[in-house]
Design a protein around this ligand. Structure first.
Ligand code: NAI
Ligand code: NA
Length: 396
């Protein structure tokens, strides 16, 4: 069928299989253009189908020649109804990996559940024996707790006081004031349960107990800090509490993995357009200003450029992994550059509906958003019939 984007709010209801395949090809080509990386050979990516997790899977496979197992939660296609983009991404990734003889299998289901963890352990045990690198890159609004059966929902709210600032509806370009009421304690606790470190630790415990981690195994989860304009709603808000918890969990995991010389890190990444970040108020306005400035400075990166640099210049550069005083890997270094941030701070004050297309990169934001769903890629004929029933080779 002919597939067109159908937008509703912060999401697009359709995804284009050929466009998603093109996106995968482009990311693979980028990684290959940067040369080989001496890195992990058996990699588990939890949250492997979109965003930073997908970029990690691609960099592991096509940068390090790694066998990869990807875990994600995506919707399969039905006749006349497209799959979610992560489904098509994973189908295309597996095909590309298999073509060059790389092992790649996927598990589609709720990574927070005991059942999906067990399936993953069984697959590792049967096929790879052990894992050298675990990437933890989940972004989810809900978590069904496997021990209590409680469904927790995360929220994006400030803590302590109402937050009022500018935001943009990136579809219309309207810049408006948004006010967000402060979180209560339940909101904070729930957000920490969903996006904090507990599930990461559960995964690492399960892997370690089953003896599926290799000597010196490394695990990495992704965090964000960002500038002062987003601080009240992001780093000092509910999601920030979850990130504090995630960062603290890295130390606990490292301690637990000491018998096998394993190590857990958090990498602080750059703000990027993903399905997760588009839903956060204020962030789209910040990102459109950030993109404009980083592109002008020649230092703009997408997920794949970020993760390729994370692997080649941090994780696997051959020396001790450089971190900040809190033990975090920083690949948000270009975003946080003083000259970049001071320009954004000035533009932030000025920005209005009328001038945003000129002073911000709203077009770049929209392009990236469309790309998430497989739309807007050169080399794809969107007027042609395409097969929505694309399957993931390893998923029956
Ligand atoms: P994303 O929405 O692109 O990817 C989320 C992944 O998690 C997908 O593979 C999805 O299938 C999977 N997933 C969600 N719920 C699941 C479940 N219950 N079971 C199994 N898989 C599930 O998100 P993005 O942006 O790549 O985020 C990944 C991490 O990077 C998050 O921790 C986020 O906070 C962090 N990060 C994101 C930044 C951004 O600007 N987008 C910046 C810095 C860090
Ligand atoms: Na991800």
């Amino acid at each position: 069928m002919i597939i067109e984007p159908r937008m509703r709010g912060f999401i697009c209801l359709t995804a284009h299989p050929d466009g998603c395949a093109q996106n995968i090809k482009n990311q693979i080509d980028y990684v290959k253009s940067k040369g080989k990386i001496e890195g992990a050979k058996r990699v588990l990516v939890i949250g492997a189908s979109t965003g930073f997790g997908l970029a990690s899977r691609i960099t592991s496979a096509f940068g390090c020649d790694a066998a990869t197992i990807g875990v994600f939660f995506e919707k399969a296609p039905a006749p006349g109804k497209t799959a979610t983009p992560g489904w098509y991404n994973s189908a295309a990734f597996e095909k590309e990996a298999h073509q060059v003889g790389l092992y790649a299998k996927s598990i589609n289901g709720d990574a927070f559940s005991d059942e999906i963890k067990q399936q993953t352990l069984d697959l590792i045990n049967a096929d790879l024996g052990q894992i050298d690198l675990v990437i933890y890159s989940l972004a989810s609004p809900v978590r069904l707790h496997p021990k209590t059966g409680v469904l927790h929902r995360s929220v994006l709210k400030p803590i302590g006081q109402t937050f009022t600032n500018k935001t943009v509806d990136f579809h219309t370009g309207n810049v408006t004031q948004v006010s967000i009421e402060p979180a209560n304690q339940d909101d904070i606790d729930n957000t920490v349960v969903v996006m904090g470190g507990e599930d990461w630790a559960m995964w690492m415990d399960a892997l370690a107990e089953a003896n599926l981690l290799a000597e010196g195994a490394t695990t990495l989860a992704y965090s964000y800090i960002g500038p002062s304009v987003t601080e009240a709603v992001y780093r000092k808000g509910t999601i920030g509490r979850a990130k504090d918890d995630l960062e603290a969990t890295a130390f606990k995991i490292t301690e637990k993995l000491s018998a096998l010389n394993g190590k857990a890190y958090v990498s602080v990444n750059k703000a990027l357009v993903t399905q997760a970040s588009s839903a956060i108020p204020v962030i789209p306005l910040y990102i459109s200003l950030l993109y404009k400035i980083m592109k002008a400075e020649g230092i703009h990166e997408g997920c794949i450029e970020q993760i390729q640099r994370l692997y080649s210049d941090r994780l696997y550069q051959g020396n001790e992994i450089p971190t900040d005083e809190q033990g975090r890997i920083r690949i948000d270094d270009w975003e946080m550059r003083e000259d970049v941030q001071s320009q954004i701070a000035a533009l932030w004050v000025e920005s209005t509906t009328e001038n945003l297309t000129a002073i911000g990169d709203l077009a770049g934001y929209k392009q990236d958003f469309l790309n998430l769903f497989g739309f807007g890629f050169d080399g794809v004929d969107y007027l042609k019939d395409s097969d929505e029933m694309v399957l993931i080779p390893s998923i029956k």
